[in-house]
Design a protein around this ligand. Structure first.
Ligand SMILES: NC(=O)c1ccc[n+]([C@@H]2O[C@H](COP(=O)([O-])OP(=O)(O)OC[C@H]3O[C@@H](n4cnc5c(N)ncnc54)[C@H](O)[C@@H]3O)[C@@H](O)[C@H]2O)c1
Length: 447
């Protein structure tokens, strides 16, 4: 961000448009010897690990790119027979031949003809599976958050770096055209000094409770111990299996699920990746249905560049969502939740205290794509193709994709700090030198 306090006039405000950002940096070395080196005309051979609800969406996304990006889902892997069978049937339709079905990911990772895996299992298994995939020489697309246990997220990141894998972490809004244009606009410095980012994303309903799958899953059709993966044994529970987002051992709920998207966008827009400190609060106030994770949650995160982020979600009221980047020269408002495509830039001029009508006198403009004449919607559908296509392109060029393991690690750290603050009641601090979360500030990081 620029430190300049100069007033911007109408012309500079309206014409300060996005400069195209250069693509990612190139990896220093080529693919490792145990991985197949992809030729320009080679078909990318994929296996999908965890083909549940998000997995079905990702399968559709890949299928839309099968010709343009020359890819095929040649295998599907799910512990649960029902979801595995569904994925085989769907992919057989997409590609005209059935993929191989696997129950265990170890069998997939041993195969030389699989170039890469998509990981859309529940979040407690993202990092452990990513690590195994990287060590087996596979590129990967891994769902967000990249991890929710610090040591596991670190090991996964390190394994990806050591094995020079191309990994895309699934915060797909980074690859959508409106957020990309808005991010570029912020890089021009048009907002002036940003001291606060406010995020509100709401929903009305007992979110993540009552999934139909809980009535279908039976222990004999899956492998419960393998599902638990790194967690201690507990008796099979169909609700934990399908509604893992509500149980703290597997997910932090709102931070892992929603804040991971939100804070990932803030890190990217603000070019500042690890919070210095985080406080959070919340509770089960709206839906007393046995959930362990909060249905009402708020976190405050302080960043080294000198700004505060407020993240807030309520499941007991659907008041409109927004994100506001509040600078001394302008506010960028993302109207709608979860990186919706509608962004508005509003000039900062005067104060409400001096002029009750000041809002009408502030210049504003919507962030539109070239040729776009209608306002973009305020909803999102999670089905955009750009993030997946970016990954395929990077697999061939060995460039860094839009959300690398470094960025996935950073959004995971922010979410883990928020969750830990909520659970412990203590402010959490990030110790950059040791990559550790502390519950009291180190003297030398406070200055
Ligand atoms: N990027 C997005 O917008 C977005 C949207 C929704 C969900 N997600 C992410 O997707 C993940 C999955 O969510 P979901 O709703 O699809 O869950 P789900 O329960 O519907 O699907 C998970 C599947 O993984 C399988 N599985 C679990 N452990 C496995 C293992 N070790 N090996 C093989 N298969 C295994 C399960 O049997 C199940 O079929 C979540 O972590 C969530 O954060 C991302």
């Amino acid at each position: 961000m620029s430190n300049s306090e100069t007033k911007i006039n109408r012309r500079t405000f309206l014409s300060n448009s996005a400069a195209l950002m250069a693509g990612g940096s190139v990896f220093a070395s080529t693919a490792l010897s145990y991985g197949r080196v992809l030729g320009a005309n080679d078909r990318i051979s994929l296996c999908h690990i965890g083909t549940g609800s998000r997995g079905t969406e990702l399968d559709w996304i890949v299928s839309q790119l099968r010709t343009s990006h020359n890819v095929e889902m040649t295998g599907v892997c799910d512990l649960w027979r029902l979801n595995s069978e569904k994925a085989v049937a769907k992919n057989a339709k997409f590609y005209g031949r059935a993929p191989r079905a696997f129950q265990y990911l170890e069998d997939v990772l041993a195969l030389k003809d699989i170039d890469a895996v998509i990981i859309s299992t529940p979040e407690h298994s993202h990092s452990p599976i990513l690590k195994m995939a990287a060590e087996a020489g596979k590129d990967a697309y891994v769902e967000k958050p990249m991890g929710n246990v610090l040591a596991e997220a670190k090991s996964a990141r390190d394994a990806v770096i050591q094995n020079e894998r191309v990994v895309q972490v699934g915060t797909q809004h980074r690859s959508e055209p409106h957020p990309r244009t808005a991010q570029e606009l912020v890089q021009t410095g048009v907002l002036g000094d940003v001291s606060k980012v406010e995020i509100v994303w709401n929903y009305h309903g007992p979110r993540w409770r009552g999934r139909e799958e809980t009535k279908l899953v039976r222990e004999e059709d899956t492998d419960w111990r393998k599902w638990l993966l790194t967690k201690p044994y507990r008796p099979f529970d169909p609700q934990v299996y399908c509604e893992f987002r509500l149980y703290k051992e597997f997910s932090s709920g709102i931070p892992d699920q929603w804040m991971s998207h939100a804070i990932d966008l803030v890190h990217w827009f603000m070019n500042d990746s690890f919070p210095r400190s985080v406080v959070a609060h919340g509770g089960v106030f709206a839906w007393h249905d046995g959930r362990e994770n909060a249905d009402t949650f708020q976190a405050l995160l302080e960043y080294p560049k000198g700004f505060l982020v407020s993240y807030s979600t309520s499941f007991g009221n659907d008041a409109p969502g927004f994100t506001r980047y509040m600078g001394k020269q302008a506010t960028l408002i993302n109207i709608g939740g979860e990186g919706s495509p509608r962004y508005q830039l509003v000039q900062e001029k005067g104060t409400h205290e001096d002029d009750a009508d000041i809002d009408e006198k502030r210049y504003s403009k919507y962030v539109l794509l070239p040729g776009e004449t209608k306002l973009p919607p305020i909803g999102i559908d999670d089905l955009s193709l750009g993030h997946m296509s970016n990954w395929f392109e990077c697999m061939r060029s060995r460039q860094q994709p839009h959300c690398t393991v470094h960025e996935g690690f950073a959004h995971s750290v922010a979410c883990m700090m928020a969750a830990e603050s909520y659970w412990s009641g203590n402010k959490q601090y990030w110790d950059t030198a040791n990559e550790t979360i502390l519950d009291r500030a180190r003297k030398d990081t406070l200055e």
